[in-house]
Write a protein that binds this ligand. Sequence first.
Ligand code: SF4
Ligand code: SF4
Length: 400
Amino acid sequence: MNDLLTDADLCVKCGLCLPYCPTYTHTQNENESPRGRIALIQGWAGQKLAGSEALFGHIDNCLLCRSCERVCPAVVPYGRLIDNFRSQSRPEHHSSVRVSLIKKVAHDQKARRWAQQGLRLYQSSHLQQTARLLKLPQLLRFQALERLLPAHSQPSPAIKSHYLATTPQQGTVGLFVGCMGEWLDQETVQAAVTVLTCLGFAVHIPTRQACCGALALHDGDQATAQQLADTNISAFGELDLDAIVSIASGCGSQLREYTHLGFAHKVIDISQFLSQVGDRLTTRLKPLSKTVCIHTPCSLKNVLRTEQSIFKLLQHIPELNVIPLPDTVQCCGSAGSYMLDHPNMARILLNAVLDRALQQQPDTLVSSNIGCALHIKAGLRERGVRLEVVHPVVLLARQL
Ligand code: SF4
Ligand code: SF4
């Protein structure tokens, strides 16, 4: 409890964070604000408040977007506080079936292969269409998960564990593709390899790499998160790397917080990495006369704090009109597994993001986090809007 109180007592209750908090903005309820949640944790850790369902509910409703942490003058480590509270307050806590399922697939390679094959069958045999017509996802209460499934596509070529630089070698990097990248976002993985090797980097993709651990940690399971961290540290640690490049900003922010500093200090988001070395791209990129709107994930903005990197990077593409969403746009509501257990708030937040994005009338929307991209794609499908959503590195690779 002492660590909880030490972190929570840093809060001076100034309330500067409140306007930045999505759940407070939409409820105007102090218990749904960062300051309110910190006060609830202080009450519980100081044994003045019982651990009621209402109290746990207010903490569970937090998206862990960490907008509050970014603006806090007292530097309250809000993310750590919530993770520690979730782990200490309910050691026996059981996740919902949806979250358990997604964790199983994320953490276990065998389960992931089974899920991959099952999904292919579900989508290619018209089972998905029939299930949707019969409203089975709603009846069986897995609609929040089913809506995220990407459209059926042919499997891409298998991802190799090592790629040579295709121009004079500048360095060697490890690519962190995460638990979902290889399965649900092969286009981004292939694009990252194309751009990195073209810039002179040899790329290692260790087959032993595991989920970054964010799903487990934010669900209160610190032991599993640590096991996954140890696996990644060992998988990348046996290679001589200049950097560990992450393609999903949500995973990158988790990797950056590993306590193994030799690992954490090497982690860099791919947009930031490429924006630092991207001058070499300028002469190689073909023009693209289109408008692209940038969605900036909370993990890139509030944890990695490199929100300018995508804008800088895409400006290397001649003739491209690049429009970032205004800073006032809040979390899209995806937030790891949040959208599965809090579909109503997730939808309210998503609608606000989609409204602002569509006002820009873009040809393409880019997002650097796979969870956000899947949530946004689902929202667009539900609105009947045809708009491509891709990782920024995919746009770059197409213009090479
Ligand atoms: S800004 Fe920081 S110190 Fe102020 S209320 Fe929010 S968490 Fe507390
Ligand atoms: S992490 Fe996000 S949702 Fe949670 S209290 Fe802070 S601003 Fe609000």
